[in-house]
Design a binder for this molecule. Sequence first.
Ligand code: ADP
Length: 215
Amino acid sequence: MKVILLGAPGAGKGTIAKLLTDYDGSVQISTGDILRAAVKAGTPVGKEAKAYMDAGGLVPDSLIMKIMEARLQEPDCQKGFILDGFPRTIPQAEDLKKLLTKLSITLDLVVNLDIPREVILDRLTTRRTCSNASCQEIYNIKSNPPKPDGTCKKCGSPTIQRDDETEVAILNRLETYNQKTAPLIGFYRKEGMLKDFSSLSSQETVEGIKKSLKK
Ligand code: ADP
């Protein structure tokens, strides 16, 4: 499948992307994960991106497009991909359209995860992430806690609250989403690619996406 996941931070893009990769072997491409890895490794891209990310703002479109142009040409994308956290702005969506034409790639579907703001806020403040870069399992201290000592059930590394998961940064991310990313809903609706999903259950959403893809 070649799918874009749209939705506010905390809407469940990462969880749903992982479930979809298990389904048909398409690769999950998360620009957030790529950027966090670059920050951790201290690469030039990471150095440029860090300040924007910590403040909950967006990394410049040009930097993101450079990353994605290379990423979409990696061999593992041929089986299909799930874009999680990209595109994030109208210019990115327009550039992506040109890039896909250039690479002769056709998208199947744009998924809009439509989740109420109260749910989102609660999910983000209670989220914990495994600090091991090659694991990054996501937990929720209420509904899916890590081990009692705070370590990851999968790999045993400590789980942490991300730098951009402080209350101020979260409100900033939601504001950035409403201003910069929400307009993509209209963009893809016009293109006839968009489908809305509003279930709070990731499983149920994944079943819905699979059905839409078969049509
Ligand atoms: P979120 O949980 O907010 O969806 P992500 O893991 O997708 O978080 O992204 C974390 C941060 O990385 C964002 O707040 C932003 O600074 C940066 N980022 C990720 N993807 C993009 C993108 N496509 N364009 C601009 N900035 C991005």
